[in-house]
Design a protein around this ligand. Structure first.
Ligand code: SF4
Ligand code: SF4
Length: 347
């Protein structure tokens, strides 16, 4: 990997230059929560000043730009004696600025399923291929457990990764495009003083991780505690609202619906994100629901995150952002559930 530094002034010019020809997306505050804290989302930027590089956590993840909540897969029209089908999966080039390491790692996990499986998803592929990713180092929040999930740093999956070292950014370069763009805006070779500042910032970030989740024996523990009362304890609180999956950067369960025009001459096939916590997720033809209880559905979401994905891809699906814990109206978080499972196992 190559490294350069770019002054904040030149970074601003760079973003403004990129905006001239591309859609640029970044963290923006949209509202405030009940404690008065800003609520951030990744949104289209109209000018550089809208970009809030000091954002804390975005409520939902940049996954929205790769797996949107709703997307039309195809439209059909019956004409004369034939039919016409339209499929749109091309997008204009775009840039996402400010992605955290955990969200970049989340995309790499989605890649395993969406790009490297037996049936790659062309819609996801088009978005992934046409999106330039500029990552950004952050100090962790109190409840982030990305360090436990080994996703607090990213070594690939981005074009450029920035660390704020004062008046400039220390930039890790991971693609030709990023290299060319950076050099157009007077990036300079890394000097000794930059290295020292970079190391200091990294140490500071490392010292701020407070929340830990012990995942060392997790896949085995999940099997040992399959019948545990822990699932009932937390599952009985679950409102089956699906918020956890909607904000999660790695959840990808979906449903497909066909929207048929009343004239019966045209239709749209639409895909929408779904959640395995929703009451009808496991309802099959004939109306039988093989996961009718909230605690069973909750258990299977955890099984997918910490057990099933591990078996299929040798890694957890969760990246430890705790967005699900923050969004859950019932106060259910991975740390609380896993800690309980570990405690039960030790009793
Ligand atoms: S902490 Fe929750 S929202 Fe974040 S990746 Fe893990 S399961 Fe998803
Ligand atoms: S957000 Fe909480 S209450 Fe809603 S489905 Fe997820 S675990 Fe259940």
């Amino acid at each position: 990997m190559l490294f350069r530094t770019i002054t904040k002034e030149n970074f601003k010019k760079m973003v403004e230059g990129l905006m001239e020809e591309n859609e640029v997306i970044g963290p923006k505050s949209r509202d405030r929560d009940k404690e008065g804290n800003k609520i951030y989302r990744f949104l289209k930027l109209n000018c550089f000043d809208e970009l809030e590089m000091d954002y804390t956590r975005s409520y939902s993840s940049p996954k929205d730009y790769f797996l949107p909540f709703k997307e039309d897969l195809a439209t059909y029209r019956l004409e004369n004696n034939g039919w016409d089908q339209k499929i749109h999966y091309t997008i204009h080039p775009r840039i996402i600025i400010g992605m955290r390491a955990c969200d970049i790692n989340a995309l790499l996990k989605l890649d395993q399923v969406m790009l490297k499986s037996a049936y790659p998803n062309p819609y996801y592929f088009a978005r992934r291929r046409n999106t330039l990713i500029i990552g950004l180092d952050h100090e962790p929040l109190e409840d982030c457990f990305c360090r436990s999930m080994n996703t607090d740093t990213a070594s690939h999956g981005f074009d450029l990764f920035l660390t704020d070292i004062g008046d400039r950014y220390f930039a890790a370069i991971n693609s030709d495009t990023a290299y060319i763009v950076l050099n157009r805006f007077n990036a300079r070779e890394v000097r000794e003083e930059d290295q020292l500042r970079y190391k200091k910032v990294k140490k500071q970030i490392e010292s701020k991780f407070k929340t830990q989740v012990d995942i060392t024996i997790l896949p085995e523990l999940m099997d040992l505690e399959f019948e545990s009362e822990v699932w009932k304890k937390w599952g009985d609180k679950c409102l089956s609202c699906g918020s956890c999956a909607m904000v999660c950067p790695t959840c990808y369960c979906y449903g497909v619906e066909e929207d048929i025009d009343l004239s019966f001459t045209q239709a749209t096939k639409r895909r929408f994100l779904y959640s395995c916590n929703l009451i009808d997720f496991a309802t099959v033809a004939g109306g039988y629901n093989f996961r009718p209880d909230a605690h069973i559905r909750l258990k299977y979401r955890y099984y997918h995150q910490f057990r099933g994905f591990e078996e299929a891809f040798n890694q957890s699906l969760c990246v430890g952002c705790n967005r699900c814990g923050k969004a859950c109206p019932a106060g259910i978080s991975p740390k609380a559930v896993i800690d309980d499972l570990i405690k039960t196992e030790k009793e």
